[in-house]
Design a protein. Sequence first.
Length: 193
Amino acid sequence: MTDLQAFFTVGFKHIIDVAGIDHILFVVALCALYDYRQIRRLLVLITAFTLGHSLTLALASVRVFDFNVKMVEMIIPITIFLTAFYNFFEKENSNSFAWGRYGMAFFFGTIHGLAFSNFLRVAFQGTNESIILKLLAFNVGLEVGQILVIGVLLLIKFLYDFMVKHPQKNIIWQYALSGVVLLWSLKLFYGQF
């Protein structure tokens, strides 16, 4: 396996690893307002998160700035909580929705990128490929993993829509999914202490 394949695999596993559930929870919180008919908007939203993640991941990995790892680990559950909490007050079709949601995904992505940069900083040592190519391979793996998580979630939403005939089924889905993520983020936050 080449270095680039290895970094792609690490990026892919970073998102789908249940041991690192924080990333999956954040993606689920971002997706709670969408269904399979809005796949393009959802992919743009997830890409905004990946761009933010990539930016700080790259800068921190090459030591442009240093940060307190423990503090970042405490902030990540807060970003998940805030994203899920926001879902209780936002409606998908409001005019300010898209840009506010994309901005939030990008900003919170910058925080999530910091958390993984220490691992990549160590991984970059002793490999032959350039750092830029390794970061690109990692981020492509991350994006593919996120798309897989989104695909599974949208399939579940499709089945839910097929089985549930309640007129408020989308709101029920949005609130139930967001509520589960919100509670799980509190568990992650309190697990830091």
